[in-house]
Ligand binder design. Structure first.
Ligand code: ADP
Ligand code: MN
Ligand code: MN
Ligand code: MN
Ligand code: MN
Length: 362
């Protein structure tokens, strides 16, 4: 048995007894941050002797950590507070920005610059909704529920389907959804995906910087829920080579003008700006400068080509899709289908706001 399995085989009933012990006025606050490579999440918990009411009640924390791959002193600056769905009220999960001891943002900290752009475009009330796709793996790295030798039935019967022969790992999806709602994350839905063991959840609409904050914390909850079940969630954009779908993180975007009557004009204008900056956007739509998306955006089925920009109404093979209902109503939002599942939502929303919403930047 792979070593990770033992974690989930610990006795959850016994665990429950201890978790039910009263904790007096004390509060466990778990600081969560994005690690130096900009992909992994880390956490560290401390006791506070009162229940924080707002983020302003949570102090900064200097800890020894890794910023650029070596141990160094760094500062965790709390930015967003959630209820803790694992050890329950009144305990908190707190998302943090990582600062160097000079108070400059660490290399992994994309939130800091994103927030500056969001401040500049806040009059436009930018809304984002992101569709996080992911794949469940056993701790041995083999897709969860797939036969040990050979493959499951080819794709075609899994997308949004039900049944023990099609839906692999539903317990995790349902528990994660509840955990997000409890925590206060703006999760808006979920569905099974095209490849078996592949799933999606949606977060949004969120305004401005909130998109990155809520999606990162939703990812933390996903990894934590998976741990309970002895399963691993990967955000790799192409976990299985061959005729198996990749995983993306579509972003849906609107400004107040796009949502108002006749807003389609503003949508079209944004798409023209995006067309001019296709290559630049591809570079920030995965954490490896576009390398990860090369494996996913291969220009077939529901995947656009990494080399070409395209846009269309109800076209799921295009870079940008205008939903059919939006084209009919002549207002609403558009969808950029290019971001990879492992993208940094701060980098993606920042690029989107800079290209489509900031005036005089052309
Ligand atoms: P799809 O048909 O592409 O699979 P989903 O239902 O998975 O669409 O996701 C739609 C996303 O669009 C959700 O995250 C939702 O929050 C977001 N969304 C809806 N309306 C808007 C809007 N006006 N502006 C930005 N995002 C929006
Ligand atoms: Mn120590
Ligand atoms: Mn979707
Ligand atoms: Mn999807
Ligand atoms: Mn989509």
């Amino acid at each position: 048995m792979a070593p990770g399995c033992t974690v989930s085989r610990l006795n959850k009933f016994l665990r429950e007894r201890y978790l039910n012990l009263p904790q007096g006025e004390f509060c466990q606050v778990t600081y969560v941050w994005i690690a130096y490579c900009g992909m992994d999440l880390c956490y560290k918990t401390r006791t506070m002797d009162f229940t924080p009411k707002t983020i302003a009640d949570i102090p900064e924390w200097d800890i020894i950590g890794q910023t650029e791959g070596f141990s160094t002193e760094m500062l965790l600056a709390p930015v967003c507070m959630f209820r803790d769905p694992f050890i329950l009220d009144s305990n908190k999960l707190v998302l943090c920005e990582v600062l160097k001891n000079t108070r400059e943002p660490a290399e992994s900290n994309q939130r800091n610059s994103c927030n500056k752009i969001m401040e500049k475009v806040k009059e436009l009330h930018p809304w984002f909704g992101m569709e996080q796709e992911y794949t469940l793996l056993g701790v041995d790295g083999h897709p969860f529920g797939w036969p040990r030798l050979g493959f499951p039935k080819p794709q075609g019967t899994y997308y949004r389907c039900v049944g023990a022969d099609r839906a692999f790992g539903r317990d995790i999806v349902e528990c994660h959804y509840k955990a997000c709602l409890y925590a206060g994350i703006k999760i808006s839905g979920t569905n099974p995906e095209v490849m078996p063991s592949q799933w999606e959840f949606q977060v949004g609409p969120c305004e401005g910087i909130e998109m990155g904050d809520h999606l990162w914390m939703a990812r933390f909850l996903l990894h934590r829920v998976c741990e309970d079940f002895g399963v691993v969630a990967t955000l790799d954009p192409k976990p299985m080579t061959g005729d198996w779908n990749g995983a993306g993180c579509h972003i849906n975007v609107s400004t107040v003008q796009m949502r108002e009557q006749g807003g389609i004009e503003h949508i079209d204008r944004a798409i023209e700006k995006l067309r001019k900056r296709h290559a630049e956007h591809i570079r920030v739509y995965d954490p490896n400068g576009g390398e990860d998306n090369k494996r996913r955006l291969i220009g077939c089925q529901v995947f656009s080509s990494i080399n070409d920009f395209s846009a269309g109404v109800a076209n799921r093979g295009a870079s940008i899709r205008i939903p059919y209902r939006v084209a009919q109503n002549k207002c609403g939002y558009f969808e950029d289908r290019r971001p990879a599942a492992n993208c940094d939502p701060y980098a993606v929303t920042c690029a989107m706001a800079r290209t489509c919403m900031l005036e005089g930047e052309e």
